[in-house]
Design a binder for this molecule. Structure first.
Ligand code: NAD
Length: 357
């Protein structure tokens, strides 16, 4: 029963979409529209079970509510997953079918890129729905959000290093980047430019080889990167990488990366604090991409303005770090509390307006 899923958090809507002709199996979750239409990426992944896909979309959509709230965007939280292998199962028919499912929600959910989904895929979804963003052409098209996500993550790593290690520069700072896809590869370039010492891992050997060749990175096994002898661990692949097993093996003093849902459970936030590890809450540090997408959704795309908003991310993070230090609380709890306050105020404001109308 969906309501019994531990990750079910009073989501407003969960929609299951199937299309026999194209082989589409998808789920859309809208967590909250208190701040505006729900907006969040679509992920394509070969989930081991439908239950895993449901769990992922529930967690990811709630994370989007918090992310959009903390980035100050007029967007609610939603996310979608397509069950399938992005290297084998993509087709135009599949994305057109997915677009029709999105369209059926009449704008309550707006889809964009996430793991396994490219700008070209979103363009194909756009053939059957208006409710997509992160497009490469058209009015206010914002394109690939990943470079903006990576820029925010880079600035967030600098803020965390400054707070925890007292250094203003990343020169010589050892950073382990897990996942060398759209976000990870853009992040690597920025870290390399500043002289960080890089360790990398990916499940695809070609991505690792590129990082070694281009940036002189040291490659380690994908299942050992969390344990690398580094100052900063930057998860940029999938979620739940901070769990009781990995926690015991972490050497880094800072965890700051682009992946969503890095904490396997909320309790890991406290365990990190007790271990003296500074954690940059994922949905705050990785908000750059949705800030870029938001400018397209609100039809006000201005790259300089987007960059200025992304540059607020380290300011918000530093505020979270300070509050966490002051109150001896995990950074993840402090961020959750700040996000919930914004969402509650928005919901109450909307309710009050409805009653007055
Ligand atoms: P992507 O699909 O381009 O890249 C993900 C990479 O991780 C791939 O290269 C994949 O091979 C690798 N990977 C998967 N499992 C791995 C493992 N166990 N160990 C090492 N590598 C592994 O996706 P992306 O767009 O770069 O997103 C990466 C993360 O950042 C995701 O968690 C995503 O939700 C999050 N995120 C992305 C954006 C964005 O703008 N793209 C925005 C916010 C958050």
């Amino acid at each position: 029963m969906l309501f019994d899923f531990p990750d079910f958090d009073h989501h407003e809507l969960v929609l299951f979409g199937r299309d026999a002709d194209s082989g589409l199996s998808a789920i859309i979750a809208v967590h909250s529209t208190a701040l505006g239409p729900a907006c969040g990426g679509c992920r394509m992944w070969p989930y081991a079970s439908e239950a895993d896909a449901v769990k992922d979309v529930l967690r990811l959509s709630r994370g989007m509510s918090y992310k959009n709230a903390m980035a100050g965007l007029p967007l609610g939280g939603g996310k979608s997953v397509i069950i399938g292998d992005s290297r084998k199962d993509k087709s135009e028919a599949l994305f057109r079918a997915f677009g029709r499912v999105v369209e059926s929600l009449g704008g309550r959910y707006i889809a964009a890129e996430d793991v396994g989904i490219s700008v070209a895929d979103v363009m194909q979804m756009g053939q059957t729905t208006r409710h997509v963003a992160g497009l490469s052409s058209g009015h206010d098209a914002s394109g690939d959000p990943s470079p903006f996500t990576a820029y925010g993550v880079y600035l967030g790593i600098k803020a965390a290093v400054r707070h925890k290690l007292g250094s203003d520069s990343l020169k010589g700072v050892r950073v382990a980047v897990q996942g060398l896809g759209n976000v990870g590869s853009n992040l690597l370039r920025r870290l390399a430019e500043e002289g960080a010492v890089l360790t990398v891992a990916d499940i695809h050997a070609d991505a690792v080889q590129r990082a070694v060749d281009q940036f002189g990175a040291t490659a380690v096994a994908a299942d050992r990167i969390h344990a690398a002898e580094v100052d900063v661990y930057a998860p940029c692949a999938l979620g739940a990488v901070l769990n009781p097993v990995s926690l015991g093996e972490l050497k880094a003093k800072v965890v700051a990366g682009g992946a969503n849902n890095q904490l396997a459970t909320a309790e890991i936030g406290e365990a990190l604090r007790q271990a003296g590890i500074l954690y940059a809450p994922d949905y705050v540090i990785n908000g750059g991409g949705i800030i870029n997408v938001s400018a397209e959704v609100t039809q006000s795309y201005d790259k300089d303005d987007v960059l200025r908003q992304v540059e607020r991310i380290p300011v918000t993070l530093t505020e979270i770090f300070r509050r966490a230090d002051r109150d001896n609380r995990p950074t993840s709890d402090v961020a959750d509390e700040m996000a919930r306050e914004i969402l509650t105020a928005a919901k109450q404001g909307k309710d009050a307006k409805r009653v007055a109308a």
